[in-house]
Design a protein around this ligand. Structure first.
Ligand SMILES: [Zn+2]
Length: 319
């Protein structure tokens, strides 16, 4: 038997897959809601998905788990802004004790990055930056063909690099993080700025007249109607996305930048727009090759597949 189980713990759901990590082929999949308001129940909810998958496909060689937050080298989740109330949770240790199978845990976006590098859009590169834009921004850095984990396991959080000190409040408690202007939440923040400036009538209307209720999807909906204010929000958004990517290129000199995540505004046209804005913001941008910016290939299951790939790599001594 050569299969692995990969689990992706998201803010709203826990996704589990049985996968052949060499090909990325998903043999079985199961989903369960994340007990967001009851953090004590999170380990049990993850274990239930694992149990179900073992019941369907038998015991795997190993289990990989991706969790949204700071996960150390021992698989302990220390903190995650999107899983409030969870502190020092020994994800890997608890599952290992329960199932008697090797378990590794890693940051969820790092898992998605690993999947894109081994099987998706960054395959065959040595240096890659994978940015996942959803409610927040996740990231994973591939350096020299390996996932950059850092001294404690906490490397690769580009969403919380500061880009604007006077910018909107971020989920992490600081102001002006890249995530606060370049994620789904960021899109809403930029729309609120337009409303504060006296515009954005249609966006506000779609949000029921309440600025606090504005979401990224209201901007998308107004955009689909050809609304000018929504186009202005998207323009500012693309500018901020490009700003962060340019800094990542200046810092890491990657072969490729991969953009993934569930934001509907991110399409081929948007990526082309960002691509045009990035190199002029990179240090010496006109004197170096333009870094390709490409869409992710593995979709919403990248995190779960990557968690399984991560387990295979670490347990087999590859990564
Ligand atoms: Zn932040």
């Amino acid at each position: 038997m050569s299969h692995f189980i990969g689990i992706d713990v998201g803010g709203t759901k826990i996704m589990g897959v049985v996968v052949d990590p060499a090909t990325g082929e998903i043999i079985e999949r199961r989903k369960a809601p994340t007990p967001r308001s009851e953090p004590d129940k999170l380990p049990g909810a993850i274990a239930d998905v694992v149990s179900e998958l073992i019941g369907l496909q038998g015991a795997p060689v190993g289990i990989g788990v991706g969790v949204p937050g700071l996960v150390d080298h021992n698989g302990v989740l220390h903190y995650g802004p999107n899983v409030p109330g969870v502190r020092k949770l020994d994800i890997a240790g608890d599952l290992r004790a329960q199932f008697g199978i090797p378990v590794v845990a890693e940051n969820d976006a790092s898992c998605a990055a690993l999947a894109e590098h081994r099987l998706g859009a960054a395959r065959g590169t040595m240096h890659a930056v994978i940015v996942t834009q959803g409610t927040g921004i996740g990231g994973g850095l591939i350096v020299g063909g390996r996932l950059l984990r850092g001294a404690n396991g906490f490397a690769g959080e580009p969403g919380h690099m500061m880009v604007d000190r006077s910018g909107p409040l971020c989920a992490c408690g600081r102001h002006g993080c890249w995530e606060a202007v370049s994620s789904g939440t960021g899109l809403a923040n930029l729309a609120r700025q337009i409303v504060e400036e006296g515009g954005g009538e249609r966006i506000l209307e779609l949000a029921g007249g309440e600025p606090a209720h504005i979401k990224g999807e209201h901007v998308s909906a107004a955009m689909a109607e050809g609304n000018d204010d929504a186009a202005e929000v998207l323009d500012r958004f693309a500018g901020w996305v490009a700003e962060g990517i340019a800094s990542l290129i200046t810092l890491l000199d990657p072969d490729v930048i991969v953009l993934g995540g569930g934001l509907t505004v991110i399409n081929q046209h948007f990526i082309a727009d960002v691509r045009e804005r990035v190199m002029p913001k990179v240090m010496g941008g006109t004197h170096r090759p333009a870094v390709p910016i490409v869409p992710a290939r593995l979709g919403a299951e990248a995190g779960a597949i990557g968690a399984a790939v991560n387990a295979r790599d670490l347990l087999m001594g590859v990564g």
